[in-house]
Design a protein around this ligand. Structure first.
Ligand code: LIP
Length: 263
C-alpha cells in the first residue's frame, strides 16, 4: 500500500509542480502575505499549489488527513495523514532562484511511510518508501539512490538554513561561524526538502538546521534516511528545535561538533 501512496504523491506532486511552473511570471513573484516575520513570505501561487494538492489527494483518498503549510488542516479517519509543503523554498521561488520544490509525505502512526519531492524548476524527482529505499524518478523508472560514503568531517560539504526571526538568526550565525573552519564548506540552498534530497544524492555530506516545520522535513527526511543518511535532533528525533543529518561515516563526530558549536 505504501508504494501506492508514493505513486499517488508523485502524480499529484508533478501536477502541482506543472501548475506552479505555468503560473510563475518572469521576474519577481508578488508576495501575498507574510507570516512569522516580514521576510517569511507566501504567494498566491503557494496557496493555489496547496489547494490543488489537497483536492487531488483527498479526492483519491477521502478518509485521509491533511496538514499543509498554507491552509487549514483536515482531520482524517484512515490513519494516513498527508504532510505537504506546496512550495518549499518560497523565497527562492519569489526571486527566481531555481531551487524550490513540492514536498508531499504520507505519515501514519509508524512515521513517514511514503514521500515525493520534485524540484519545480529543474523537474528532478525523488521518492521513497519506508524500509524499501529511496530513488530518483527518470520518466517512470525508479533508479535507486544510495548516499555516497563520507569519511572525514573536515571534508564535509554542509547544508544549512536560517530562521526568519532575528534573535534565532543571530545565534545560528554565530554557531555557523564556529562550524565553518571544521568542514569543507557550507551551502545555504534555501529549501530543506532539496537539502535532504541532496544528501541522498551526494550533493551534500551533512546538514544542520533549526526551525524546520513538519512539512519542510517529512518527505525529504524519508528520502535521505532511506538513502542511508542518519538524521537526528538534539535527541534521536529530528524536530523544530534541531535537525542534524550526515552520512554514517561521519555522523557521530559531526553531530558532536554541531552541538559543540552551539546550534
Ligand atoms: C524553507 C525551508 C528552508 C529554510 C527556509 C524556509 P519554506 O521553507 O525549506 O530550509 O531555511 O527559511 O523555511 O518557508 O520556503 O516553505
Amino acid at each position: 500500500m505504501t508504494l501506492e501512496l508514493a505513486v499517488l504523491a508523485r502524480d499529484v506532486g508533478r501536477e502541482a509542480a506543472a501548475h506552479v511552473r505555468a503560473r510563475r511570471p518572469v521576474g519577481r513573484v508578488e508576495v501575498a502575505a507574510t507570516k512569522s516575520s516580514p521576510t517569511d513570505v507566501v504567494t498566491e501561487i503557494d496557496r493555489e499549489s496547496e489547494d490543488l494538492i489537497r483536492a487531488r489527494l483527498l479526492s483519491a483518498r477521502p478518509d485521509d488527513g491533511f496538514l499543509g503549510e498554507e491552509g487549514d488542516s483536515v482531520e482524517g479517519t484512515s490513519g494516513v495523514e498527508w504532510v505537504v509543503d506546496p512550495i518549499d523554498g518560497t523565497v527562492n521561488f519569489v526571486y527566481g532562484i531555481p531551487a524550490y520544490a513540492v514536498s508531499i509525505a504520507a505519515v501514519t502512526a509508524q512515521g513517514v511511510v511514503a514521500a515525493h519531492v520534485v524540484n519545480i524548476a529543474s523537474g528532478e524527482e525523488w521518492g521513497a518508501v519506508a524500509s524499501e529505499g529511496a530513488w530518483r524518478w527518470h520518466d517512470d523508472e525508479r533508479v535507486p539512490v544510495v548516499a555516497p560514503v563520507t569519511s572525514q568531517v573536515s571534508h564535509a560539504l554542509v547544508g544549512t538554513g536560517f530562521h526568519y526571526t532575528r534573535p534565532i538568526r543571530e545565534q545560528q550565525a554565530a554557531a555557523a561561524a564556529r562550524l565553518l573552519p571544521h568542514v569543507r564548506d557550507i551551502r545555504r540552498i534555501g529549501s530543506a526538502a532539496l537539502d535532504l534530497c541532496g544528501l541522498a544524492e551526494g550533493r551534500l555530506d551533512a546538514y544542520v538546521e533549526q526551525g524546520l516545520k513538519p512539512w519542510d522535513l517529512a518527505a525529504g527526511g524519508l528520502v535521505a534516511r532511506e538513502a542511508g543518511i542518519v538524521i537526528e535532533g538534539l535527541g534521536d528525533t529530528p524536530d523544530e528545535r534541531l535537525v542534524v543529518a550526515a552520512h554514517p561515516g561521519i555522523a557521530e563526530e559531526y553531530f558532536s561538533l554541531v552541538r559543540a558549536c552551539g546550534f
